[in-house]
Design a protein around this ligand. Structure first.
Ligand SMILES: [Zn+2]
Length: 96
């Protein structure tokens, strides 16, 4: 059978998402920057207006939620990919 038409046997490989480590949630990137630039004590003393201003200056129309759905896994906490079954058998060192 020609190689192009021969069937492919794929296995779903599911792994814990490396970005959120399985929680499905990450810190909004603007908030990560905020806590990097602003000292915690200062940050906690800032009024909501001052905080909103900081976010406006950093490209956010309003204060975003601090935690957001992980963009890497869509909030699932895991990532799936299709892998050729022969690759899987090699990986687990299975022999018939
Ligand atoms: Zn994730």
């Amino acid at each position: 059978m020609d190689k192009k038409r021969s069937p492919k046997y794929l296995v779903i490989k599911r792994q814990i998402c490396p970005e959120c480590e399985g929680s499905g949630i990450t810190i909004h990137p603007a908030w990560s920057l905020y806590w990097k630039e602003i000292d915690v004590n200062t940050g906690l003393r800032m009024t909501e207006q001052e905080t909103a201003l900081w976010f406006r200056e950093h490209g956010e129309d309003r204060i975003p939620p601090e935690e957001v759905e992980c963009p890497e896994c869509g909030g699932n906490g895991w990532i799936e990919e299709h892998v050729d079954i022969r690759e899987v058998l090699r990986e687990i060192a299975w022999t018939p």
